[in-house]
Design a protein around this ligand. Structure first.
Ligand SMILES: Nc1ncnc2c1ncn2[C@@H]1O[C@H](COP(=O)(O)OP(=O)(O)OP(=O)(O)O)[C@@H](O)[C@H]1O
Ligand SMILES: [Mg+2]
Length: 345
């Protein structure tokens, strides 16, 4: 451990021509932690990561990795970091093993050490069986794992992951989450960008929510979820059932007031997790209410944005730089993206 934070960013600015990508970004990431940078398309996530990884020059502000200025001393930063890009950097014509060996050689490992390290990483990422196949025959998830393995040839002190699971199926996504958790246990600090609140929730100790190139909220995902009211349970009941009675049952188990949508015959209540589901079902059964549909709505990035900015997580530019004011409006329209049907009659 050093006395420095793993990552320190202050007032970071970057424009592409007249377009501002970073408008004074601030980040502080403690060593040994996972920090999530959560934001919609065009928020400036990749720009920030590329500057921190010394691949792009900033226009102004401060950016340090492990106490070293990335703008002034990039050569001291590079040996201590790894970067997995949004788009995989592997060579399609090479096999998985050859790709990793090549990266090892680029880092000046001996042929033998490079080969051993490659084999170890292929094993860890569940690619040992596919090691001898050309990367172009890999599925998207395998490609992404190979890309992550390539960024870990030197077991970096700080790892930047730019949307590591975008486009992966749920199983590959969970495999990736496990690998990332293992790395952190071994002492790597991770800064990851994501568009998924759920991913940040799984992995990150702290989160910075970024909108049009600046941080609009910072804290733990629990802090964020508290601000937006956490999960919501929606129960649709059969025609003719007692909606008021159902609302009372839900209110007993929820963390806030229940609301009734008489037209949809739906009763909703804020909850913390799915744990109270059995209790609610029993309670409704006792008063003779028949359930038609149960859905647990987990807050999404859209909900976070709706609460923090009054607009959804639209791509930057759609609302113009600066965007609408930060008034906390009523909880906005739900997207249904993250809606999970638990029971369907
Ligand atoms: N090379 C470039 N030239 C011009 N504009 C750019 C360039 N790269 C990024 N931008 C713009 O800068 C803004 C921030 O882009 P960036 O790629 O950092 O966003 P992001 O948060 O990574 O988005 P995504 O979630 O889509 O990957 C966007 O409006 C984008 O259009
Ligand atoms: Mg990006």
């Amino acid at each position: 451990m050093t006395d420095h934070p793993a990552v320190l960013v202050e007032g970071l600015r970057k424009s592409y021509g007249r377009h501002t990508a970073l408008a004074g970004l601030d980040l502080l990431v403690a060593e040994g932690t996972v920090h999530g940078v959560l934001g919609p398309n065009g928020a400036g996530k990749t720009t920030a990561v590329r500057i921190l990884a010394t691949l792009l020059a900033a226009d102004g502000g401060r950016a340090e990795v492990l106490g070293v200025d990335v703008l002034r001393q990039p050569q001291l930063v590079r040996p201590r970091i790894g970067l997995t890009g949004q788009y995989a950097a592997v060579d399609e014509r090479l096999t998985g093993l050859e790709n990793l060996e090549m990266f090892g050689r680029l880092y000046r490992l001996s042929a033998r050490t490079a080969r051993a390290r490659a084999a170890e990483l292929l094993e860890r990422f569940d690619l040992a069986e596919a090691a001898g196949r050309q990367a172009k025959t890999y599925s998207g998830g395998m490609r992404r794992r190979l890309d992550l393995a390539a960024s870990l040839i030197m077991a970096p002190a700080v790892l930047f992951l730019d949307e590591p699971t975008t486009g992966l199926d749920p199983r590959s996504r969970q495999a990736m989450w496990r690998v990332i958790a293992d790395l952190v246990r071994d002492g790597t600090t991770v800064l990851l960008t994501t568009q998924y609140l759920e991913e940040a929730d799984q992995l990150a100790d702290r989160v910075s929510v970024v909108d049009t190139g600046r941080v609009i909220a910072e804290g733990t995902t629990d802090d964020l979820k508290r601000q937006i009211g956490g999960d919501r349970l929606d129960i649709t009941v059969a025609e003719g059932c007692d909606l008021g009675g159902a609302a009372e049952v839900l209110a007993r188990s929820g963390t806030g007031a229940a609301t009734v949508d008489a037209d949809e015959r739906r009763v909703s209540v804020p909850v913390s997790g799915a744990g109270i589901l059995a209790e609610v079902v029993r309670g409704l059964d006792e008063i003779g209410v028949t359930i038609v549909d149960v859905a647990l709505h987990r807050p999404s990035l859209d909900d976070v944005f709706m609460t923090l900015t009054g607009h959804g997580a639209a791509p930057a530019g759609a609302t113009g730089p600066g965007g609408p004011g930060g008034d906390d409006g009523p909880p906005g329209p739900r997207t249904g993206d993250d809606e999970r049907d638990l029971v369907k009659a």
